[in-house]
Design a protein around this ligand. Structure first.
Ligand code: FAD
Ligand code: SIN
Length: 530
């Protein structure tokens, strides 16, 4: 058993920011299930939205965010995020992150990009590898800090929860180490920063770590989960998709890129006044519609209108990746399709990142802080992660002294059973089916029939997986499979509950927003047996 003051689960922008902020107050252990830099953060291309230009204003960014969120944003949360954004960008710079820009009389002026749904240029970036720059600098800072220890290849299995004066208190986490051993790490405060769940879908821009572990663990522990029906599909992943889909950043459209059908016709003018820079849900649905009505497997993105040197300088990663696939984006059109990209819902938190369980915070993509509503505005997620991790850290530092020492919970049951190879093969096959099912039936366009069919099938798979889990020696693959099956089930349940189309949730049975009542959130909570 290991003990710490602050236990951080996950080493993306959310976990790293939280760790750096609380380390002045106490000891920090960060567990992460792969190598320290492996995270969605590491792959972020476009950048971080914030108001820095004199032609922009907080009000405009707030309005754009709320417009995109289709009636479900928490206005207070949005205002906090946007008002505090510039200060958090300065913090990142203080920690060594370098953004693209130029010098004017010795003062750095950051270069600001444009993405869908934004009415001004406000995306701070490092060319098209913003995430890698942020991730590597923050990992370096954490490694330099004497109060922070990073445990790589430690996979969190379940939250350790005890009864504390009639409240459920999170006292840490059960982890599976790289030696296949289960251990308990006790934290006086635990923060979930495990990222998203794109791997629930067959085609996703998310890295393999994004298996929804945080949502699944929090749900099993009895925390409230909100708005899981709002999975955001990024309009432009490189076609054909092999493994983790390669993203063609929305910043390409912000730089003049135009979507065209295979016969070369631009089509976004038929769907929205902002054309190619319309909010993401609208662009993804437009592409889906063009592909289905024309029977075509992809559409094109055309950036050949810009000078080749500019394109190579602004998008070096995309240029090189496409060139390896024999596409010279300065001369040729890029074949693209939508792919699952970002979970707008998650573990419900207040404005300080606190969840409904005492001692447990959640920040970053795993959390539902209320800022994204039914559809996240592009490049607002890195911003949300850094702002709400800062807020959570502030709250955790002031709360920690009032929390009693965590009591040691019982050890997990049956961690060392045996596993049946044949059954494991069958269940892995189920994983393939499950992700396919989510893609085909719970994707960009939904219907009652599809959702019900998906629910029945996912339920069967989930029970088979749970059964195997209860009998088998725990492996990382098995714990991820269990989490994917649960999160898929929760997404479907949330989608079935929403009897309207709103933001990212579009169903042919209820094609319009329900205007007869105030927009509703979908909240799920499992009753715990104590
Ligand atoms: P992550 O960065 O995903 O980190 C999660 C961490 O948790 C990882 O270290 C992971 O290994 C660890 N973890 C997960 N499960 C466990 C477990 N069971 N035990 C231990 N550790 C665990 N957003 C923007 O705002 N701007 C962009 O330009 C942008 N571009 C993107 C491009 C791509 C290709 C993708 C996939 C996403 C992009 N996003 C962008 C979204 C944004 O990158 C993510 O929402 C954000 O990085 C999430 O940060 P996070 O710290 O919450 O999670
Ligand atoms: C992108 O670069 O298109 C991704 C931006 C985001 O997901 O916010």
């Amino acid at each position: 058993m290991i003990k710490t003051d602050f236990l951080v689960i996950g080493s993306g922008i959310a976990g790293l920011t939280f760790a750096l902020e609380v380390a002045e107050k106490g000891s920090v252990i960060m567990v992460t299930k792969k190598k320290d830099t492996e995270s969605a953060t590491n792959y972020a291309q476009g950048g971080i939205a914030t108001v820095l230009d004199s032609s922009d204003s907080y009000k405009l960014h707030i309005d754009d965010t709320i417009e995109s969120g289709a009636g479900l944003c928490n206005r207070r949360a949005v205002e906090l995020m946007i008002n505090e954004g510039p200060q958090r960008i300065f913090d990142l710079e203080k920690w060594g992150v370098e953004f693209s820009g130029s010098f004017d009389h010795g003062k750095k002026v950051l270069s600001l990009g444009r993405e869908g749904g934004h009415s001004r240029d406000r995306i701070v970036h490092k060319a098209d590898f913003t995430g890698r720059e942020v991730e590597s600098r923050l990992v370096e800072r954490c490694k330099d800090h004497s109060n922070i220890e990073i445990y790589e290849h430690y996979a969190a299995v379940d939250l350790a929860v005890v009864n504390n004066a009639k409240k459920q208190r999170c006292v840490g986490v059960y982890v599976l180490t790289s030696d296949g051993i289960i251990n308990i790490i006790l934290g006086r405060i635990t923060v979930l920063s495990t990222g998203g769940c794109g791997q629930v879908y067959f085609h996703t821009t998310n890295p393999p770590i994004a298996t929804g572990d945080g949502i699944a663990m929090a749900y099993r522990a009895g925390a409230s989960i909100r708005n899981l029906e709002f999975m955001q599909f990024h309009p432009t992943a490189l076609y054909p998709i092999k493994g983790q889909a390669f993203l063609i950043s929305e910043a390409v459209r912000g730089f003049g890129g135009i979507l065209r059908t295979q016969d070369g016709a631009p089509f976004m003018k038929n769907y929205h006044k902002m054309k190619d820079l319309a909010p993401r849900d609208i662009v993804a649905r437009a592409i889906d519609n063009e592909m289905k009505t024309r029977g075509e497997e992809f559409v094109y993105l055309d950036i050949t209108g810009r000078h080749p040197t500019e394109v190579r300088e602004r998008f070096p990663t995309i240029y090189k990746h496409c060139l390896k696939q024999n596409i010279n984006i300065t001369k040729e059109l890029i074949p693209v399709v939508p792919a699952a990209h970002y979970m707008c819902g998650g573990v419900l938190t207040n404005l300080s990142g606190k969840t409904s369980l005492q001692g447990l915070y959640a920040t970053g993509e795993v959390a539902c802080s209320g800022v994204h509503g039914a559809n996240r505005l592009a490049s607002n997620s890195l911003l949300e992660a850094v702002v709400f991790s800062h807020r959570a850290a502030k709250s955790a530092k002031s709360e920690i002294d009032s929390l009693p020492e965590p009591v040691v919970p019982p050890m997990m049951k049956n961690p060392y059973g045996s596993s049946d190879k044949e059954e494991w093969v069958l269940v892995s096959h189920d994983l393939f089916q499950l992700r396919k099912l989510m893609w085909d039936y719970v994707g960009i366009v939904r219907s009652n029939l599809r959702l019900e069919r998906a629910r029945r099938r996912v339920e069967i798979i989930r029970h088979e997986v749970d059964d195997l889990y209860a009998r088998s020696r725990l492996t990382e693959g098995l714990l991820e499979l269990r989490n994917i099956a649960l999160v898929a089930f929760l997404i479907i349940r949330s989608a079935i509950r929403r009897r309207e189309s709103r933001g990212l949730h579009y169903t042919t049975d209820y094609p319009h927003e329900d205007t007869s009542k105030k927009p509703q959130n979908t909240t799920l909570r499992r009753r715990r047996r104590s």
